[in-house]
Design a protein around this ligand. Structure first.
Ligand code: PFF
Length: 451
């Protein structure tokens, strides 16, 4: 049963919202690093291939499944095959993954919001270059501040969800995405005009095929899925809000192009500056919270402004992604009796409990000492959501799309019930969905599990 008749008001609004979901921490703090690490331009070639062939195929599949049923992932699969309700498992696995991703995402968003605040009030500007590692460790080791910022960030996210699909999600995405692009361009201009910037551009773009290992290829596919927010059902939810007259394939192309462009711009904003100030690139938290603050301080007086701009940019990118995760979860539990507001609050409370618990992984406390194998709770969640669950769910989704749905059903949805024809482009993506994507995903999954 469809619980609401909400939806995006236009294709443009849908693209902004879905690009908002796609563009997130994955683009800004993960992509540039793995691109450099696995061979720069060489990695880029493989990454482009995965984004536009495999990732986009999944996005298109999720949009078809969502729009055709008007349902979230918990109902869409069984709605398409009522005789086989077991297909719901795909949607439920995706939603479980969204829940876990959001719990990890909130922690990092909490860190980022804190750093935005510390840039604003000038704390970061007062720290000596060799003090940032200690500052970060002390901050995460005592999670009360992280928890405060997790809660602030989550309250903002929840308010947007309560605002509704069009008035909340679509409106905020249409506002924030352009701001994000402008802030990123400001950072890029500063970065490439620094003396010595070319070493950073070379790190990012010079193809070094010797660094492109099997591991790098797998990282490229994993990153493509995560970055496009596919394989968790979030795009099924956004698909259910897609206007009936939107061209699904073209919409997916736009979202993939935005996501890819922003990842590249993030690399251009970060690495030339890092190299120009004599630092070496690091991954994730090390890069963002320990190396970049040194870079900003080296800019002198204007450094404070660039620090504010960067952490604001990262917070906004994280916000529009968290919105899509919470929306998927809200949609799951809302029904005729339990409305949007109540559902969003219930899910926020549940997810914040796990998130706060995992935030304690970094301190010297009972949770911090807890080990799963050699992993902390945070590491475990990170591993499950980073390498295990999304490819599983993506594989099941693509099998359902390519092999369970009939070609006629797909054709009907992709052509907007015959309004448009079926171009070679659509046939090409159908072939990818049936044959290429499942094999690629299976390979990633098996190698991921073996490693
Ligand atoms: N695509 C987001 C990023 O690159 O940070 C992460 C993400 C958001 C993954 C939403 C999955 C999702 F449903």
């Amino acid at each position: 049963m469809k619980t609401e008749n909400e939806g995006f008001s236009s294709t443009f609004g849908a693209i902004m919202a879905a690009a908002g979901s796609a563009v997130g921490l994955g683009n800004i703090w993960r992509f540039p690093y793995i691109c450099g690490k696995y061979g720069g331009g060489a990695f880029l070639v493989v990454y482009i291939f995965f984004v536009f062939l495999i990732g986009m195929t999944l996005m298109m599949s999720e949009f078809v499944i969502g729009r055709r049923t008007g349902e979230g992932p918990h109902r869409a699969y069984s709605a398409l095959r009522p005789a086989h309700p077991a297909w719901r498992v795909i949607g439920l696995t995706g939603l479980g993954t969204c829940f876990l991703i959001l719990s990890v995402y909130l922690i990092i968003s909490g860190w980022t919001t804190n750093y935005f605040w510390e840039s604003l009030v000038g704390t970061l500007a007062g720290i000596p270059d060799d003090g940032f590692a200690a500052h970060f460790n002390e901050f995460v080791g005592n999670p009360s501040r992280t928890i405060l910022f997790i809660v602030i960030f989550l309250v903002l996210t929840t308010l947007v969800i309560i605002g509704g699909v069009e008035k909340g999600i679509e409106r905020i995405s249409k506002l924030l995405m352009p701001i994000l692009v402008v802030l990123l361009l400001v950072m890029c201009v500063r970065s490439v005009t620094l003396e010595g910037a070319s070493a950073g551009l070379a790190y990012l773009f010079n193809p070094d095929f010797s660094k492109l290992t099997g591991e790098g290829v797998l990282a490229a596919l994993g990153q493509a899925l995560f970055s496009l927010s596919v394989g968790m059902g979030a795009m099924v939810v956004y698909g259910s809000y897609l206007p009936k007259d939107s061209n699904i394939l073209k919409t997916s192309v736009w979202i993939a192009v935005c996501d890819f462009a922003i990842a590249i711009l993030a690399g251009i904003a970060i690495f030339p500056a890092v190299f120009a100030c004599g630092q070496s690139p690091a991954e994730g938290p090390g890069l963002v919270y320990q190396v970049l603050p040194v870079v900003f301080n080296s800019f002198g007086g204007v450094g404070k402004i660039f620090s504010i701009v960067f952490f604001l940019l990262l917070t906004l990118a994280a916000l529009t992604s968290a919105i899509s995760l919470l929306e998927a979860l809200t949609r799951w539990v809302s029904n005729a009796k339990r409305g949007r507001t109540q559902s969003a609050v219930i899910m926020s409370v549940l997810v914040v409990i796990l998130s706060v618990l995992a935030a304690f992984s970094f301190g010297d406390n009972a949770v911090g000492r807890l080990r799963f194998g050699d992993m902390t709770l945070f590491d475990l969640l990170d591993k499950l959501t980073g390498t295990v669950l999304p490819p599983v769910c993506a594989l099941l989704t693509i099998i359902f799309f390519g092999w369970v749905l009939k070609a006629d059903e797909i054709k009907d949805e992709l052509s907007n019930h015959g309004v448009h024809g079926v171009s070679y482009f659509k046939v090409f993506y159908y072939v990818l969905a049936r044959f290429v994507a499942p094999v690629a995903l299976l390979v990633v999954l098996i190698s991921g599990l073996l490693s």
